[in-house]
Design a protein around this ligand. Structure first.
Ligand code: NA7
Length: 545
């Protein structure tokens, strides 16, 4: 049983929420660069964030490993040798555990610690933080690294309690492996998670049934082992390499396209798509082929046609092929897979269209739709996340004058640079909304450095409080809305707008102007004495002083 006895308040310079890529980078900067008293609090039983929870079979990053990592330490980069183009979830988890050890972070990480509230204390200009176990902290700075894809979305179906098999959710996977050999497995959802878990499970399950609402566009990942010498080559020019990566829009390793799909002949277009198909990678296909697939409907249609044609080449069963062929825009997060369509083609795999015949109920033996009952041993929910804001509204954040984050964000997230919500002084959200939409680790570590420089600057000038102005917050949101309006990403319903959660207000949650442009905004803000923030003088001393 959780004890809720309140304990003595621990006074810190900073509390960091979350021990994933963001939290670890931030703690490293605070603890090892600035010498502050800082602590990470995380409800998980280990470090790793997303990669602690998402241990389902087939879990991988679909970003190339050599840019799905930190670049802030050249020795770390040189020492850690990724083994595959797309790192397995377990390998990423080991990497983050290694980082926690290597930079001596564990001494300031409290695990199994669920933060329930964080209130701004006006009198002393500090954050009062409490956990479910009754731990209490007073911190000058509150920095969140909560992740935009971490609050699981678990839709509820009638009769689930009667099901005698096992129900699993990919985002809350057991720490002990689950063996699906010879089992009957149902999977609900075919986003980037669903296609990974299905490709892997189809190899051993007796039967695999996909309960599909919307078919997706996916391209091959073309995973392969990597030569350590290749990684050494990057390490030799680490700053230059990551500088190029970060100046791009998407923060991936590939070169982004500079031409539109309609600017070339049909033959050239076909050849460009074919090359990308052979090279592999979803983001590469969307952003490395042509520069207007995500903004121009005509160009988008050419990519759709190409992928549909490829799906038809792989899935030879005509019924399955029709079910798996998407008809809407290619404007969700681009997917890539490890032989997903080949898996669908197998005899032990069935696809049920639950848009046409929705799930009626779970029975004691399986799932019933209008097409009948299917008997199952396991049902895997790969139904994604209450993305972006999910974790922010689960914690009772209260800023100035008791302003609740859940009220401030009732119509969607708003925060200057995605980092600072007006009314929430000395609080910074790494990779928070509305912020960049990119490959995350190199973007996150850049933001962590930016925040640490801001804190250093405040300390140097004896500034005790900094807060984004409502005007700066609004102007930033307007810019995000304007840019997203020029893309196709907001034209379909998916997690980026919150449309995947029934009843959630649809909103613009990202800055789609590219990370290179994002850095220019944030750098200009800092260079102009943190233009967009109001600052006030020293009222409380730092705990470390
Ligand atoms: P996604 O991409 O949100 O996919 C969730 C899937 O679950 C998708 O196929 C949904 O169908 C389906 N879904 C969600 N709710 C239901 C209900 N109620 N009934 C049936 N099917 C449902 O989540 P992922 O975990 O795959 O990936 C999220 C991100 O994590 C990904 O973009 C990566 O960046 C990492 P729909 O398409 O809405 O019809």
């Amino acid at each position: 049983m959780i004890s809720t006895t309140l304990k003595t308040v621990e006074t810190l310079d900073a509390v960091v929420l979350g021990a994933g890529f963001a939290g670890l980078a931030m703690l490293h900067k605070l603890q090892n660069k600035l010498g502050l008293k800082a602590k990470i609090l995380d409800k998980a039983g280990g470090v790793g964030g997303t990669w602690y929870w998402n241990r389902y079979p087939g879990a991988r990053s679909d970003t190339e490993s050599w840019v799905y990592c930190y670049s802030f330490d050249a020795t770390l980069y040189r020492e850690w040798k990724w083994t595959e183009r797309y790192p397995r979830g377990s390998e990423i988890l080991s990497y983050l555990e290694h980082v926690a050890d290597r930079f001596d972070l564990r001494k300031n990480i409290m695990l199994n610690t669920l933060v329930t509230k964080a209130h701004w204390n006006e009198q002393i200009e500090r954050w009062d933080i409490e956990t479910a176990q009754g731990d209490r902290f007073s911190a000058k700075y509150l920095i969140t690294g909560l992740g935009i894809l971490s609050a699981a979305n678990k839709p509820k179906f009638k009769g689930e309690e009667n099901f005698k098999g096992t129900i699993l959710h990919t985002a809350n996977w057991p720490t002990t492996p689950v063996d699906f050999t010879g089992k009957r497995v149902g999977v609900i959802g075919n986003g980037s998670t669903g296609i990974q878990v299905m490709a892997e499970t189809s190899k051993i399950a007796k039967e695999l049934v996909l309960y599909q609402r919307t078919p997706q566009y996916s391209v091959p990942a073309r995973n392969h082992p990597i030569d350590p010498a290749f990684l050494d080559g990057i390490a030799d020019n680490l700053d230059g390499y990551f500088d190029r990566v970060r100046r791009s829009a998407t923060v991936f390793a590939f070169e982004e396209a500079t031409k539109g799909a309609m600017d070339v002949s049909p033959e050239t277009r076909e050849a460009v798509y074919e090359k990308a198909w052979q090279d592999g990678g979803g983001f590469n296909f969307m952003f490395g082929t042509f520069n207007d697939i995500a903004v121009n409907r005509e160009s988008n249609a050419t990519a759709c046609d190409f992928i549909r044609k490829k799906i038809a080449e792989v899935i030879t069963d005509p019924v399955k092929c029709e079910l798996m062929t998407p008809t809407d825009l290619y404007a969700r997060r681009p997917l890539c897979d490890n032989h997903f369509y080949e898996a669908i083609n197998q005899d032990n795999v069935r696809v049920l269209d639950i848009k046409k015949h929705p799930i009626i109920e779970f029975t004691d033996e399986g799932i019933r739709t209008a097409e009948g009952e299917v008997k199952l041993d396991y049902v895997i929910f790969a139904t994604g996340f209450d993305a972006v804001t999910g974790n922010f509204v689960r914690i009772d954040f209260q800023g100035r004058n008791g302003l609740k984050m859940s009220d401030h964000w009732a119509n969607g997230p708003r925060a200057f640079l995605g980092l600072s919500a007006a009314g929430f002084p000395n609080m910074f959200s790494l990779y928070g909304p509305p912020g960049p939409f990119t490959n995350q680790p190199p973007a996150i570590e850049w933001q962590a450095e930016w925040v640490s420089e801001l804190i250093k600057n405040m300390m140097d000038r004896s500034v005790s409080m900094i807060e984004a102005t409502p005007e700066a917050e609004q102007a930033w949101l307007d810019e995000c809305i304007s840019i997203e309006g020029q893309t196709l990403f907001g034209k379909i319903d998916w997690w980026v707008s919150g449309a995947n959660i029934p009843g959630k207000t649809k909103a613009v949650s990202f800055y789609m102007g590219g990370f290179g442009e994002y850095m220019k905004h944030a750098t200009a803000c800092a260079a102009n004495n943190y233009d967009g923030y109001i600052q006030s003088g020293a009222r409380t001393a730092m705990a470390a002083e």
